[in-house]
Every structure is written in C-alpha cells, then in structure tokens.
Design a protein around this ligand. Structure first.
Ligand SMILES: C[S@@+](CC[C@H](N)C(=O)[O-])C[C@H]1O[C@@H](n2cnc3c(N)ncnc32)[C@H](O)[C@@H]1O
Length: 470
C-alpha cells in the first residue's frame, strides 16, 4: 500500500469517528509520510516483536512492517471504529499478531505487575494526548508501577519503555510539553534513566504535522533505545510532514540535557539557536536575584478588591496595566486596581521598588515568548504593591532590585537573542518561573551597562543592537 492509499483510509476512518469522543481519546492519526519517516528510524531490523499502543487504523505498524522483519505485532486500540480498520491492516501485514481491544494503560499495568510485561524489541507510537487528573484510574494504575505522570501520552510512552527488552527501540511522535515543567519531571527521569535519546526530529511550524486535525501542539519525534549508553544525539528539522526541507546535525547530549540540571529539562534546539552563548553564563542565583510567580491570587482576595486606589489600599498590578504605549494605572477594568490593606492581604505584598515583571501567558500574536516590563517606585507611589499571579516577578530577597541591573535585565529579557535561547527550552506559550530560573543570564557588569542605556520605549531593533554590541 502506498501512502496515498493509507491516507485515504485514515481520512475515511476519521470522518466516521464520534466527534465527542475524539478529544477524550486523543484521536489524531498520523499522516502516512510521517509514519514512514518514523519507521525509517529503526536501526536493528531483524526478529522484531513490535508494540503499537493506541494504534488507530494501524498506519504506524503498516509503515514499520515495510522496514522491520517482523516476528509478531501486538496492537492496542479501544475505539471500535478504529479496531475494524486496524484488524484489516494487521491481516494485510500477514505476520502473527494480537489485537488487544482494550485499554493499553490498564492492561499494561496488569502485565507489568505480573511480570509478563517485558517482551518487545520495537515500539512505534503516536499516543493519545490528554491530561489525566490525580483521581483518575489511569493515574492510579500508572502510580502502582512507579510511573507518575499527568498526561495520557507520557503514560503510554512510560509504559511502553517498561515493556521493552534491553536494546529495544522506540520511535514516538509526541507534543513537546514533557520537555520542561515540573509535573513531567518524574517521567523525564524515567525516560532518561532507562533510555538513550538517539534521534530528535523537530517540526518547526505549529499544526503542520497534523494539519488534517488542526492540532496546535508542537510535535516532535523521538527515537529511544532502552539500556543503551547515551551518545551524541542526531537532530533533524523540517517545516512540515513532507520533510522536503530536512536538515540534520549531531550534538552532544549535554546540549540537550544539561548535566547539572536537577529538573532534567530537555532543551529543544531551534535550527538557528545562537551558537555564541557567551551572554548566557550565569545562573540567577549567581547574580543574587530570584524570580517567583506573582504572589497575589486575585480570586482568593476578592473580599478586599477595591475598584480604584484610595486611602488604606495597596496597588494591585496586572499585565493589562501595561499597554503598547506604556504603563497606565489605574484603568477601567473588571479586575480591581487595588486591594484593601488588611492582615490577610499583607502576606502577599511586596515593598515598593524596582522589579522586572514577565508575563506568564504571552498572547499568541506576540512575536516574543518572553515579554518583560519594569515597574519602579515612581510608577506606583505606595509603600507596598501586590503583583497578580499572572506575572513572574524578578526580585532581590523579596524586595526591589538595583535600578540599573533591573533595566539591564528587562532589556536582555526583551531581546531577540534571549527569545531564540528561550525557545530551546520551551515549546509552549506559557513562561513559568521555573523556566526563568533555569536559563542562564549575562554578568551583572553587562546588565548594568545595558541598564544605563535601556528605555522601555526602545524599538526591538534598538534593544537587539544594544544587547549584541560587543
Ligand atoms: C493519537 S491517536 C493515534 C492513532 C495511530 N497510532 C496513528 O498514529 O494514526 C491515539 C489512538 O489511541 C486510542 N486510544 C485512546 N485511549 C486509549 C487507551 N486508553 N487504550 C488504547 N487505545 C487508546 C485512540 O482511539 C486513538 O486511536
């Protein structure tokens, strides 16, 4: 079968799926060109016992059957529409196979607990993506075999890893969200502890990999080998599923996972990631600075909301106080401009001073991920200030920062070079304090130097010139 035939079957099946179940079951099927690319990453090709979990219509197994010498295939699929197509695909391949018409997570956990798990030499996966809550059966089942995770896709990949033989190869297409963020840390530890990353393929444009389903996540393809010592990683990049403009380069593993990083963040390089990293030398701690999420959670403080600043209130600063043309305070808005100064409010306040604020949620239309603002005591004339929870706040021991340093830091955070560097870490539009804590910064001397010249009204070009000038 060529890719056009398999893709036609995929689209036919896609049209028959229950739209209400589609999201819950994460039913976004792999275009056949991607399936072929993935299958082509397998190295050892003889005597394969293949696992395909959440197999859909079986596109991935079909593609794998073209390159592997298969001894047996086991596929899991819960959806009856998919199962009927999958059955046909497995028959067409013509090797011994088992179609498990059941939940992969619950079935795998049973097998692992009864020591019947480890049997696969190869796995090819496009698992479903959906958050799993802490009370769900899936979450509890995973915990019972030591897999702590928050999404179906990491549960599928984690359980697949646990069921591979030593030397077993896994090729998987997944979103990038597991690469950073504290909730995925146990999963990263499991994956990096048991497997080597051999290949990392990065799709550079949103949505193109799954354009029929308009999936917005940024996807990547990983090839892992269980129990293999970690060597250099082959990176490849393409704009879309045609792989027409593919570029490759090899990098040291330490440029993907920094040896000293206890979070085990997986840094996804961009093709044009800055080679010259001399601007990124110091940890925030070395600079004596800290960054925290804005402490004031407005809905918990609703009783003390004050529409306007008045006697006995403290300013409450939100991202909407900063517009394209600068800082406006107070503003007409459904949120308050201030909080009544009470003992309950007191503990969430910071003394007035110079702070650098970075939005936690950058708007899609914003060109940069990191958008930083300066707030000074001239802008809010009050002894204390409340920073809303939608900010990340850079501070010095919970107080304001030296003005020149703060200005230099805002300048650096708003530069294009920082933006490219940051994208290496983060595939989503959210900017967490942990992300900002984990990146490296220029020296205090450089920050002060820029701080002397930085003005918030500077254009992007002016900021970039300042930061990249020798
Ligand atoms: C992202 S789709 C990928 C399908 C196929 N692997 C492909 O690449 O085209 C995920 C598939 O997993 C199935 N699925 C969702 N939850 C499942 C579960 N708990 N156990 C087994 N299959 C599941 C869905 O019905 C869907 O077909």
């Amino acid at each position: 079968m060529n890719y056009a035939v398999v893709d036609a079957i995929r689209l036919e099946a896609n049209a028959k799926l229950d739209p209400l179940k589609k999201g819950a079951l994460g039913q976004f099927m792999t275009p056949y060109r991607i399936a072929e690319f993935m299958a082509g990453l397998f190295e050892n090709r003889a005597h394969a016992v293949l696992l395909d979990a959440g197999a859909g219509i079986g596109s991935l197994t079909l593609a794998a059957s073209k390159v592997l010498q298969l001894d047996r295939v086991e596929a899991w699929e819960v959806d009856p529409v998919m199962q009927s197509y999958l059955e046909k695909s497995l028959e067409k391949i013509g090797v011994p196979h088992e179609l498990h018409r059941m939940d992969f997570i619950l079935d795998s956990v049973d097998r692992i607990q009864f020591n019947q798990g480890v049997r696969f030499t190869h796995a090819i996966l496009n698992p479903p993506y959906k958050k799993i809550t802490s009370t769900s059966n899936h979450r509890k089942a995973c915990s019972s075999v030591g897999l702590e995770t928050v999404n179906l896709y990491t549960a599928f990949l984690g359980l697949s890893i646990l069921q591979m033989r030593q030397g077993g190869e896994i090729v998987v297409i997944i979103p990038r969200s597991f690469c950073n963020g504290p909730y995925y840390k146990p999963f990263r530890e499991l994956m990096l502890g048991q497997c080597a990353i051999d290949v990392l393929h990065i799709f550079e444009s949103r949505s193109k990999a799954f354009k029929d389903d308009e999936v917005l996540q940024e996807n990547l393809i990983l090839k892992l080998t269980k129990g293999k010592p970690q060597g250099r990683v082959l990176l490849s990049f393409s704009h879309d599923a045609s792989f027409a403009d593919m570029r490759r380069r090899e990098v040291e593993f330490r440029s993907i996972v920094e040896p000293s990083d206890t979070e085990r963040f997986i840094r996804i390089p961009t093709e044009d990631a800055p080679e010259e990293l001399s601007l990124f030398e110091h940890s925030l701690q070395e600079l004596g600075l800290e960054v925290s999420t804005g402490p004031a959670v407005d809905f918990r403080l609703r009783t003390w909301w004050s529409k306007l600043p008045e006697k006995g209130t403290v300013p409450m600063i939100y991202p909407h106080h900063f517009g394209k043309d600068g800082f406006h305070y107070p503003v007409e808005h459904k949120k308050p401009n201030a909080l009544m100064h009470s003992p309950e409010v007191e503990k969430w306040l910071m003394p007035c001073g110079v702070y650098v604020l970075v939005k936690r949620f950058s708007a899609k239309e914003e060109i940069r991920r990191v958008v930083a603002y300066l707030i000074t005591s001239e802008m809010v004339t009050a002894p204390h200030v409340a920073f809303d929870n939608k900010w990340n706040v850079f501070h010095y021991k919970k107080q304001g920062i030296n003005k020149e340093v703060a200005q230099g830091l805002a300048c650096f955070l708003n530069s294009t070079v920082l933006d490219s560097y940051f994208r290496v870490f983060s595939g989503h539009t959210q900017v967490n304090a942990t992300d900002l804590r984990n990146i490296k910064y220029p020296s205090l001397v450089k920050l002060r130097e820029w701080g002397k010249q930085y003005r918030p009204a500077m254009t992007q070009e002016e900021i970039d010139q300042l930061v990249t000038a020798a």
